[in-house]
Design a protein around this ligand. Structure first.
Ligand code: ZN
Length: 406
């Protein structure tokens, strides 16, 4: 799971001693306690009431709680504060409509904690396959050096999986990529059928699971629904699902890295849809429609994967091209003809095809939208003219038909 602007770039197996394991578990317990405290406070909040406590207020309450509870005071303040911060990021994601509302954390489920302000010397290599990481109040913990650790590690997250294995995932903020200085502006549109369309006409596809892997995932998910709670079989199925999802996430991360570097290198300004607005108006853009239960499930899988990839791509672009990413209101971009600027919902022939009802311009719908995103960033008006398109409610058409008949 990504937390905010940072992306976990690589995960390593930790090999703590039994005593260290005990200390790590204590950190997990503190993080869980603080997280659940925040969940509880927000659960009492209802729209219209006085606002739920903000991050600063909760930090103050944490200080009070530490004064009161000795076992909490004995723990790491970084661990506890970061749990609060993670919670606030989760709430921001929830309000931004990219994630579900954060919920109560149970013991043994998704256990972990985050450490920030990591210094360069806090991760070191001991031999070819062994390294160690310094964890506050735990000390140096061994890790399996299975691949290069990224440079400039700023934070890391320690997790314990259901099988009791410990991992550390390092997060680094990538160095900015120099702009080409050519004045080139590119529009990037989040596609429905592809991951992203560029105003240059390029269609980018984030790798997902292969069809056979998707079939397997669906089969496993059905098995999981039937498996008895707490059974051996259930945990095996869960582990198999986690493995497939991790494979997919790895491929996607790789794609995000390559694509963001490529765009930051080629263009001075990168214009993207504003995700917050896009989520509010997603229905206007339409979704994949496919008949049949199995295909529909697969389409749902695809959609989730595409959405995750898009969020990561934009986050990475903002790090690699700071100040060069422009977020564009996407409301008119998919229904406006890039050639004559006529705005009409009817021009959106299908998911894939844009066919202008005014001038007959025909284009890939996502590329047409990407060009509008680019033109908006370049300061040209989009949707200056036009009639019957946005923002009509979706249920308008049958009524109009009735009127015509009457
Ligand atoms: Zn046109």
């Amino acid at each position: 799971m990504g937390f905010g602007r940072l992306i976990d770039v690589s995960r390593f197996r930790l090999q703590p001693s039994p005593a260290q394991e005990q200390a790590l578990a204590e950190h997990c317990g503190h993080a869980r306690f603080v997280w659940n405290l925040a969940v509880e406070q927000h659960a009492h909040w209802k729209p219209g009431r006085t606002s739920a406590p903000g991050f600063a207020e909760q930090c103050r309450q944490l200080t009070e709680a530490r004064a009161e509870f000795e076992w909490l005071r004995g723990g790491s303040i970084i661990v506890q504060q970061q749990a609060l911060k993670d919670f606030h990021q989760a709430m921001a994601n929830f309000f931004g409509k990219t994630h579900r509302r954060p919920t109560w954390r149970k013991r043994g489920q998704g256990e972990g904690f985050r450490i920030v302000a990591v210094k360069p010397g806090d991760v070191r290599r001991l031999s070819r396959n062994v390294g160690e990481v310094k964890i506050p109040k735990v000390g140096w913990v061994r890790l399996r050096w299975s691949r290069p650790i990224p440079e400039g590690v700023k934070s890391y997250r320690v997790t314990r999986d259901r099988a009791g294995r410990w991992h550390v995932a390092f997060t680094a903020i990538p160095e900015p990529v120099p702009a080409p200085g050519s004045g080139a502006v590119v529009g990037v549109d989040r596609g429905v059928a592809v991951s992203a369309a560029l105003s240059t006409g390029e269609l980018l596809n984030a790798p997902t699971l292969r069809d056979t892997e998707k079939e397997r995932l669906l089969t496993l998910q059905r098995k999981l629904a039937r498996a008895q709670r707490g059974s051996n079989r259930r945990s095996k199925v869960k582990a198999a699902i986690a493995k497939l999802k991790a494979r997919e996430a790895d491929r996607r991360k790789d794609w995000v890295e390559k694509t963001s570097t490529d765009l930051a290198r080629r263009f001075d300004v990168i214009a993207v849809e504003d995700l917050k607005i896009a989520n509010m108006t997603r229905s206007a853009k339409g979704t994949l429609e496919a008949p049949g239960r199995n295909i529909r499930q697969k389409a749902g899988l695809n959609r989730g994967i595409l959405a995750a990839g898009w969020g990561q791509l934009v986050a990475r672009l903002e790090q690699k091209a700071p100040g060069r990413v422009q977020k564009i209101d996407p409301r008119y971009t998919s229904q406006t003809c890039n050639t004559c600027k006529h705005l009409a919902r009817e021009s959106r022939e299908s998911q894939a095809l844009f066919l202008c009802v005014a001038c007959g311009h025909r284009a890939n719908a996502d590329v047409n939208a990407a060009k509008n995103v680019r033109d908006t960033a370049a300061g040209h008006a989009v949707a200056a003219r036009g009639g019957s398109g946005f923002p009509e409610p979706a249920n308008r058409e049958p009524q109009r038909d009735l009127l015509l008949m009457g």
